[in-house]
Design a protein around this ligand. Structure first.
Ligand code: ATP
Ligand code: MG
Length: 416
């Protein structure tokens, strides 16, 4: 992609009403555009990051047997009435609207009931189970406050997976495999060391659910951790009785501020009973399907990464989620050589943002830093005299000169 063809302009300042660091940076660097509180556009730069995060999640969901689908954002009232969750007193984040004929519908704040309603029509026998489905979908939530930038959207992208199992045992095996998959995802996203599998309130069927909480100053949660025992407890379940059950003392725990990047629930058969989602077992008896639900906040994860790794000069993406790996800046009268290098790198499958604009070198460097592109390549009259380009690593700030005929192998070596 050539900078001269990209419509995005970076900004010196974020809008004055934007208080979250992640959104301030993402807006200034041109990844998102703010429409109103909690509502953001993802630009061509932003969408590339979203898609890369999704792809990592997709690979790990597929690996444990997930089948991808996509549900609808428009939800019929009847489906949610079955569980009592159409009621605004029960679910306080609904956006609701009406069809022309006055039929009430809701915008998906979750897809739990919707998925069950669909799966019911496909699953009838023990032979049909297990079935595990997932999607990346937009959720709409009329959140009371939305001051955390893209970490708390009123419209945001979630990965939600639902497991349909024969029984508790089959459910538990999948639930555990999902914990492993989630750990791997957060590892790949560079959040592994700071993400804790956290005991949280469980709901109707189990005492605890598990949240994936990432240490982050801008997070809205407080959890209590013990690094050595690698145990973490959400403050909502921090009682004497619970700690005793988990075998820890209050004074072994330290409080940290975190953002919930994912969570997983065991629903048991409660929802299947409410919605009559059943199957016939091998003896011909009617059984209720055992359900689980597994979320990851895709756009929140992007916000957490933006927030955590940024430095004074702007965003810092890791190689595997950066929108482009290389920011190629041409300086002076070197357009022919720069174009050639751009083409060569692109042919090798390296993702390059080529700043071919006629602007001051300092502006190119500032944009490269602000956008957080992992490697900056500078090609200039001076570098060409030595038949080389300057490569600067965004994260470490280290720079070196590399011979042009070695640059492809140098970069393919570096990029993970
Ligand atoms: P929270 O406690 O932060 O309100 P939640 O418990 O309501 O989240 P779920 O409904 O289980 O969250 O959603 C699954 C995941 O979606 C969460 O773990 C979080 O990462 C993400 N998420 C939830 N609400 C938002 C939001 N308003 N904006 C962005 N991501 C969100
Ligand atoms: Mg929560």
């Amino acid at each position: 992609m050539k900078r001269s063809e990209l419509f995005i302009k970076t900004k010196k300042n974020a809008p004055s009403d934007e208080v979250a660091k992640n959104a301030q940076l993402l807006i200034r660097a041109g990844y998102v555009h703010k429409v109103m509180a909690g509502v953001y556009v993802y630009t061509p730069l932003g969408i590339r990051v979203v898609e890369k995060i999704k792809q990592i999640v997709r690979e790990e969901m597929d690996r444990i047997g997930g089948q991808e689908l996509i549900m609808t954002a428009l939800q019929p009232k009847s489906v949610w009435e079955a569980t009592g969750r159409w009621d605004d007193e029960v679910v306080d984040v609904w956006f609701k609207t009406k069809l022309k004929d006055e039929t009430e519908i809701g915008l998906s704040w979750s897809h739990e009931e919707a998925i069950i309603d669909m799966m019911k029509q496909h699953i009838s026998s023990y032979r049909d189970l297990p079935a595990n489905v997932y999607q990346f979908q937009t959720k709409f939530r009329n959140e009371l406050r939305s001051k955390s930038g893209i970490m708390r959207g009123r419209e945001f992208v979630m990965k939600d997976m639902y497991s349909c199992s024969l029984d508790e045992q089959q459910h538990e095996a999948f639930y555990q495999s999902c914990i492993v998959a989630y750990n791997k995802i957060f590892e790949r996203l560079g959040l592994g060391a700071d993400t804790y599998v956290t005991f949280a309130s469980g709901g109707a069927f189990t005492k605890f659910s598990h949240e994936f909480q990432t240490v982050c100053d801008a997070g809205e949660d407080n959890i209590y951790i013990n690094k050595d025992k690698s145990i973490a407890v959400n403050e909502e379940v921090l009682t004497e009785e619970n700690l005793k059950q988990l075998g820890i003392n209050r004074d072994e725990l330290t409080e940290v501020k975190t953002a919930e990047v994912g969570n997983i629930f065991n629903f048991g058969t409660q929802k299947s009973e409410e919605m009559d989602f059943s199957y016939t077992d091998s003896d011909g008896n009617k059984k209720y399907v055992h359900l689980g639900s597994y979320g990851i906040g895709i756009t929140r994860v992007m916000g957490v990464i933006a927030e955590k790794f940024a430095d004074d000069n702007g965003l810092v993406w890791s190689d595997n989620i950066a929108p482009y790996t290389i920011y190629l800046a041409s300086i002076g009268d070197v357009s022919k050589e720069a174009q050639k290098l751009y083409e060569e790198l692109s042919e090798q499958g390296i993702e390059v943002l080529f700043d071919d604009r006629d602007v001051r070198p300092g502006d190119k460097f500032a944009d490269s830093d602000l956008m957080g592109i992992p490697y900056r390549l500078v090609i200039s009259d001076r570098s060409l005299k030595e038949e080389s380009v300057e490569v600067k690593h965004r994260k470490s700030g280290q720079a070196e000169n590399i011979k042009i005929n070695k640059i492809v192998s140098y970069l393919t070596d570096k990029i993970n």
